[in-house]
Structures are given as C-alpha cells and as structure tokens.
Design a protein around this ligand. Sequence first.
Ligand code: UD1
Ligand code: MG
Length: 450
Amino acid sequence: MDTPLAVIILAAGKGTRMKSDLHKVLHPIAGRPMLLHLIDSLDRAGAVRRVVVVGASGEQVERAVAATGVEIAWQHDQLGTAHAALQARDALAGFDGVAIVCFGDTPLLATETVARLAERLEAADAPTVAVLGFRPADARAYGRVIADADGTIRKMVEFKDASAAERAVDLCNSGVTAVRTRDLWRLLDAVGNDNAAGEYYLPDIVTLAIAEGGRAVAIETGEDEVAGINSRGELAAVEAGWQAARRAQAMADGATLVAPATVWFAHDTQIGRDVVIEPNVVFGPGVDVADGATIRAFSHLEGATVGAQADVGPYARLRPGATLAEKAKVGNFVEIKKAAIGVGAKVNHLSYIGDAEVGADANIGAGTITCNYDGFFKYRTVIGAGAFVGSNSALVAPVSIGAGAIVGAGSVVTTDVEADALTLVRAQRATKPGWAARFRDMMRARKAGK
Ligand code: UD1
Ligand code: MG
C-alpha cells in the first residue's frame, strides 16, 4: 500500500474487570506486556506514525513504551472509545493517510490482518470505513456487526444497546477499524453519547459514515487473533492460544516436544533444530537453545543460552546470564546464574553456580556451592579447564581453582588453588578404635542400674 499508515492504540480505559494495580495493557502474554506485542505487529505492518492513547495509570504505560518511540496522547476522562481516538488528533495533525484504530487489550492482531484491513479502503468500492469482524464461539458482550453477506455493514451496535435479534448475530466487532484521516476526525467529532453506557462509541463512526452516504465494510479474521482481554480469565485464554501456536511453530521448525501442552515459551524463545524438550519445561524471556540440545522435564530457564548438544535437567534452573557451551551438562536440582559453563563441563547434581566461569571439561561434584555473596557485594569464582571439584565443596568467592586442579570433597576453599594441585580443606580425622563398642557397654550398664 502506498498510502502512509498511522495507528491509534486505545489504552485509556480503567480495565476495572482486571481488578489490578497494573494497567490492563501491561499484563504480560508470553512474558511481555500485551501492548508491546501489538506495537511490534503494527510496526511490521509499516505504521509510520503510532499513537497510544492513555488515561488512568497512563504513566505506567508511558514508561513501558518509552523505548519504542511511540507518541502518547492523554484522555483525561474515559468517555468512550470514540472520544479516546479523538485525543490522537493533535499528535497526528498534518498527517494524511490511513489510520487504524485498535485496542491495547486486543494484542495479538496479526501484521497481515492490519495490512489487509488498510488495503480494503483502497478497493474499487472505496469504502469510508473498514471494520475487522470475527465470529467467536461465544459472542459474549462483544459489539455486533449487522452486515450483508458481502460484508456491507448496515449497522454497528453495542451489546448493551442491542435487541434480542441483534444479539443473536454472530459477527462481532474486534474494534480494529480503518479509516482515512481526512474522514476520521470529522466522523469522531460527530459521535454522540446517547446510548446505554452514556459513552462515545467508536463503532458509531460507521453509522455516521453510512448516514453521509458512504460505504462501511467488514472483513473477517479468526477469533484467536482478536479475542479482547478484559479479565484475568480472558488473559489466560489468550495466553493459552499464544502458547498453542508457538508450540506448533517450534515443532514445525524441527524441535521435539514430548508433551507440547506442558511446555511454556516466552515471546522471544529461540529453539534450534533437533532440540528435545521434555514435559513441563518453562522458558522465561531471553532464552536461546542451540541445535541438538536436550531440556529435560521440570526445568526452568530464563535469560540463558544453551549450547549445541548440551543437556539440561531434569529439574534444572538456568537464571539470567547462564551460558552453557556445547555439550555442557547441568543436571538435577542445579541452579546456574550469571555463569559460563565450558564445553563439555558437568554440573550434574544439587549445585549453585553463580557469578562464575567453569572451564571446558571441568567436573563440579554434587552439592558444590559458589559462595558469591557476602550480604553486600557479589564476587566471582573461576574454575579452570579440566578441574575436579569434590562433592559438597564451598568455593568462597572471590576465588579461582586452577586448570586441572582437584578439590577434595567437603572443602571450604577461601583462597586460590594453583593449576594441577590437590587441595583439601577439612578438619583432621580422629579415629579411636573400639571406642563406640566400649561406650555402648558402659551406657547399657548405667541404664540397667548396675
Ligand atoms: C469494545 C467495543 C466493542 C468490541 C470490543 C472488542 C466500543 C464502544 N466497544 O468493547 O464493540 O466488540 O471492544 O474487544 O468501542 N478505551 C479508552 N478510553 C475510553 C474507553 C476505552 O482508551 O474511554 C480503550 C480501553 O483501554 C481498551 C479499548 O479502548 O483498550 C476498548 O475498551 P473496552 O472498555 O475494553 O471496550 P469493550 O467493552 O471491550
Ligand atoms: Mg475490551
């Protein structure tokens, strides 16, 4: 499309049905505020101007979108969706093109759909307004689109104002509306609030356009894409839809998901080919898993990089800054934070490795802990290539274990260990032969009163 595209995202509503201190449009889907999903999709559709209309708790939204460079318009009183859209007029002064008005609480709108809706205005019948409709399994309280079979709209009606016959119509309004800016402001100005809610309704611009002799048309899309989020239940339902699509994508891209429904991805999870993901794995944001890695059951990963052929879990936790090189192994009940685990290195059982570097092929015994924190500052532990740290050792950082060194089990290491040395930090062993037997005899005699 040659006509420049602007988007107006409405996000000034109070979102009362969420019952939350967090603004509705900032509730996350796949670990990312829903509004940012929407902005991304609109950017890909080629939007050259983007305005987010905010009101109640608008500062929260302003902060969350600061990095995207979108413009902010304020709607101080929430008088309805038409009134909200009108607040973008100053921001878009001088802009001549197509505007897409959409809702911050309808975040999974696809790039292609936005383009399709904008292009609909350019068709030969030159409609004034194009509305994105959908036919949900449960039409709930969505506004209804009363249209002919060819998509020509006769009327838009909010659920609260609809007759029984209108409520029976299954074509619903997604809220996403395309209109040229040269018509938009005039139509919005003309919207009144004589309705059941006493609000200025955006869908009324359709009725007004028709009254002016213009055409209004609906195009349709699937329910998953435009389901609105007004409550926690609807948030969970949209999340579920997003996850289902992402799992299908991961499998299509060559990953094995043993029990797909139990794997949770984040918006930016990267999964390579021939990765095997066992049941009940959760990916927080910022995870990259290279080809051929295995993520075993009940592992939780966030901000982590997993190298090719690496093996993680079961029951592993990779926290931000964990990077596993090729063929590294991190086993059960191991937590890794801000630490690089070298090629082929193993941390197989019950360990905490934080603020550390573990060299290639090093072996970290069961129960090893890097003591990285003194209550005030964090310190680093460096473990050389091929080092062997015995079970249940405490490495008190800052400390380094040289390449090839061996640390005896149970050691508390507070100073550096040189390469290829053996370090044992244990109390001297004292053994008294026969002592235990003599002790028992004495105590038994005492108890018997002899
Ligand atoms: C709206 C539509 C309905 C549609 C549904 C789709 C209207 C009147 N109704 O209903 O036809 O089926 O979305 O999900 O448009 N907002 C403002 N300022 C306001 C009021 C709302 O910015 O004064 C914003 C909200 O933050 C939200 C969006 O507009 O992002 C929609 O508002 P909401 O109250 O959720 O409308 P619905 O009842 O869902
Ligand atoms: Mg809504």
